[in-house]
Design a protein around this ligand. Structure first.
Ligand code: FES
Ligand code: FES
Length: 158
């Protein structure tokens, strides 16, 4: 049986119907049409489905949809403004940190959580924050570079 759940996505209230077996990624990509969040492994291993719930990074493929009632979710769709990329997204472009792009939305959400908590992270902190986000294309060097560029932009208020 489906149950109505109400929560915030990128600052706006949404109400959807969800069943007990559904996961947060199912309601994001399904009824809400937010297909920026990707599903890779579906088992909590790859980080492609990463979103932020109440300030914490979660794997939306493991998060029961019914538990999102009353909470606040940030997804990749909330990172830009209109057609303009957000500062972290732009830094990934500028640093050449995107190849196929499948890992990118999840990476960017992990980076957002990192930079919200630690505006001037060390390389070790950056690598630690991204340990759950797998990228099979870039080799991570450009990603670390992108995070540093994003951190500077955000600190300068750009
Ligand atoms: S799809 Fe969720 S961790 Fe891989
Ligand atoms: S850019 Fe292809 S998986 Fe990361």
């Amino acid at each position: 049986m489906r149950k109505e759940i109400t929560f915030k996505v990128n600052g706006g209230d949404v109400t959807v119907l969800a069943a007990g077996h559904e996961r947060l990624i199912d309601v994001l990509r399904g009824p809400l049409g937010l297909t920026g969040t990707k599903e890779g492994c579906g088992e909590g291993e790859c980080g492609a489905c990463t979103v932020i719930v109440d300030g914490k990074v979660v794997n939306s493929c493991l998060y029961p949809a019914l538990e999102i009632e009353g909470r606040s979710v940030l997804t990749i769709e909330g990172q830009g403004s209109g057609n303009a990329l957000g500062p972290i997204q732009q830094a990934f472009v500028d640093a050449g940190a995107i190849q196929c792009g499948f890992c990118t939305p999840g990476m960017i959400m992990s980076v957002k959580a990192l930079l919200d908590a630690s505006p001037d992270p060390t390389d070790a902190e950056i690598r630690g924050a991204l340990v759950g986000n797998l990228c099979r294309c870039t080799g991570y060097v450009q990603i670390v570079e992108a995070v540093k560029k994003a951190a500077v932009k955000l600190r300068e208020g750009k």
